[in-house]
Design a binder for this molecule. Structure first.
Ligand code: URA
Length: 434
């Protein structure tokens, strides 16, 4: 077998076999297939795409390139949740405790910030003492004892994806459905769950900007899961505005705690309840409607909040964060208001720019080695469809001495659009793919 022939076959629109995909992926990981051939292979996939069977094989071959977690010692059906990445997305912090409080085990690996999007692991690390690296024994022990553990991805989780993703990033081959779907699903498959709830973000703050693209990605991921005998539901959700009101690490933990106390923003609360209900439904706790009621009840009766407290404590964090988040979390008291320069309805918010602005304030990393300032971020005060007058506060910037306030302000100014006409409002949940 030669890499040349496999590239040629895909370039001409052919369907690849398992052996051919294994040859390319495993050869690339071992250094036997050079960067230039893998780049050509990825570009051939970019233009010619893959069918469901090829995607499922690519996913499995990548998942097998490193460690695979075996969750079989944990009783019950294990359901993982994944978000394709957005701005202000702190859902795991709320959904995890809700479903754990309802008896569905959460044994989860989460990611760090990527591009303009934040990462759950960075958010959790803003809680003083919280450990996102646990030994295998600690991880399983926590899930068995309290029903939830969330850790960072292990170093040897899908090494093929790490290497291929870096190459895609440098060769303009990131945004192809087969490649994105297999990249995400290989990490899910290696994570060992029995099923997945996939939160596919759509809009200006998401990697998928249109409903059509997002639906295609959702169908691809659900298709891959099903070929592997896993349960899967994808929920298409609106990312034309930041989720909730807070963007930035401590600020998002604060908002998650408020939501667990039943005082969260409506869009965020609704999304968390919907995702939690799907997770419980896939874990066979009842119909979707029954599970939705159970999730609402868990928020109302404080069980989800108590589960969050336990979760923080078991991972070494200060559990008093639940009672006094503003004192325990690193917060800055330096706040700069961003005011409207004109009257009108807010008709668009370029949410990606909000994410980037938050990074300029110090909430994200410029390089992989960079550290994060947990205390900074942006509070969105006015959202899409709100009528504002010149001088009204649109957003607040929480800043520190590392913040580039000038660039962040410029990005905020660019991200808002106004008109005399009220725009149509969009729901948070745009569709479901099963
Ligand atoms: N997230 C991933 O993990 N992989 C992609 O290809 C895109 C987003």
């Amino acid at each position: 077998m030669r890499a040349y022939d496999i590239i040629l076959k895909k370039r001409n629109g052919g369907k690849l076999t398992k052996e051919e995909i294994e040859f390319m992926v495993n050869g690339y990981v071992k250094g036997e297939v050079p960067d230039y051939q893998m780049s050509a292979f990825l570009m051939a996939i970019y233009f010619r795409h893959m069918d469901t069977e090829e995607r499922a094989i690519l996913t499995e071959v990548m998942a097998n390139s490193g460690d695979r977690v075996d969750l079989s010692s944990i009783p019950g059906i294990k359901i993982d949740k994944h978000s394709t990445g957005g701005v202000g997305d702190k859902t795991t912090l709320v959904v995890g405790p809700i479903v754990a409080s309802l008896g569905v085990a959460v044994a989860k690996m989460s990611g760090r910030a990527l591009g303009h999007t934040g990462g759950t692991i960075d958010k959790l690390e803003s809680i003083p003492g919280f450990r996102t690296t646990l030994s295998e024994d600690e991880f399983f022990e926590n899930v068995r004892k309290i029903g939830i553990a969330v850790v960072g991805q292990t170093a040897n989780l899908v090494p093929a994806d790490k290497k291929i993703y870096a190459l895609r990033d440098a060769t303009a081959t990131v945004d192809e459905v087969s490649l994105i779907a297999s990249s995400i699903m290989s990490k899910k498959l290696a994570g060992g769950a029995d099923g997945y709830v996939l939160d596919v973000k759509v809009g200006s703050g998401a990697f998928m900007k249109t409903l059509e693209q997002a639906t295609e990605l959702a169908e691809a991921m659900v298709g891959i899961a099903k070929v592997h005998g896993k349960k899967a539901v994808a929920v298409l959700t609106n990312m034309d505005v930041p989720l909730g009101n807070m963007v930035g690490n401590s600020l998002e933990v604060l908002e998650a705690i408020e939501t667990l106390k039943g005082r969260g923003p409506e869009d965020f609360t609704q999304l968390c309840l919907n995702l939690a209900a799907w997770m419980c439904h896939l874990a066979e706790k009842g119909t979707f409607e029954e599970c939705l009621k159970m999730a609402e009840e868990s928020l109302k009766n404080g069980k989800a909040l108590e589960k969050f407290r336990e979760f923080v404590k078991y991972q070494g964090g200060n559990p008093e964060v639940v009672d006094r988040p503003e004192e325990i979390l690193p917060m800055t008291d330096k706040i700069i208001e961003f005011q409207a320069q004109e009257d009108g309805y807010i008709t668009a918010i370029d949410t990606e720019k909000i994410g980037i602005a938050s990074n300029y304030l110090g909430a994200g990393r410029k390089t992989k080695e960079d550290s994060i300032d947990y205390s900074v971020g942006i509070e969105i005060v006015k959202k899409l469809g709100d009528y504002i007058k010149e001088g009204d506060i649109l957003a607040k910037m929480y800043v520190s001495e590392v913040s580039d306030v000038e660039t962040a302000t410029k990005l905020l100014a660019e991200s808002y659009q106004f008109s005399a006409e009220r725009p149509e409002s969009k729901p948070i949940i745009l569709g479901t793919v099963k």
